[in-house]
Design a protein around this ligand. Sequence first.
Ligand code: SF4
Ligand code: SF4
Ligand code: FES
Length: 246
Amino acid sequence: MSSATFRIWRGNSEGGEFQDYTTEVSEGMVVLDAVHQIQAEQANDLAVRWNCKAGKCGSCSAEVNGSPKLMCMTRLSSLPLDRPVTIEPMQAFPSIRDLVTDVSWNYQIKQEIKPFAPRQPDAPDGTWRMKQYDVERVQEFRKCIECFLCQDVCHVLRDHRLHDEFIGPRFFVYSAALEMHPLDTEDRRTELANDHGVGYCNITKCCTKVCPEEITITDNAIIPLKERVVDKMYDPLTKLLRIFRS
Ligand code: SF4
Ligand code: SF4
Ligand code: FES
C-alpha cells in the first residue's frame, strides 16, 4: 500500500477549481477505483458518472492527465504517481457537476441522421443475402460504446466549438455503419457534405487514437465517407447527369 494524490476538478457550469485528494492506492486499481475511494472517504458529494466498470457502458469518460480516457479502464500503474494525477470532465460538452458533463447534444445529433432503410427481402421467406465481406466491414463500427471520447478530442468540437455544423467522429462512424450496410438503401451524402460537416475533418486521426474500442475511425469510416461525398458532389459525370435530370 502506498498513497497518491488526485487533482480532481470540482464545480459546475458556472465555474470551479481543482482540489487535491490524497488516498491509498494498491496494485490493480484503476482511476475510477481511486475516485470512488475519495468519494467514499473524503468527498461524499463528488459527482461521477459510471455504470459497468468494464469498459462497456461508455459512461465514465473523463480527462486523465489531459487525455480523454475511460476512468474504469485506466490503470494507476500506467500513470506517474510521483505527482498529482489530474482528473477533469470532458471539455467538448457543457459541465453539469464535477466530473459529469451533459452529453445530450450527441443524442440529438443521432436523431438527425437518416435511419436504416433496408431493401425488400431477397427471398420469399423474408430473408436477405449478403456477402460476408460486406457484413464484416460494418461490424467494426458496431463496437462503438458511445463514450464520446472521440468527440471530446476532436479539435473541431473541442476548440472551434462547431457543434452546429459538425456531427463529430462518433457520428461519422454511425453514418458509415449505415451507408456501408449491405442492405441499406438510403443516401446520406448530401447531408454529410452540407449539414454534417464532413469537410471540416482534416484527418488528424486524434479520434482514432483515443477510441477505447480501437475503431479505425479515420481510415475506415471518415475517409470512405469523404470519398463517397466527393463522388456524388463533385464527380463531373454525376454533375452532368444531375443537370440533365433537373
Ligand atoms: S480525424 Fe477528423 S474527426 Fe477525427 S479528431 Fe481529427 S478532425 Fe476530428
Ligand atoms: S467511436 Fe470509439 S471513441 Fe468514439 S464514441 Fe465510439 S467507442 Fe467512443
Ligand atoms: S464504467 Fe462503463 S465504461 Fe467505464
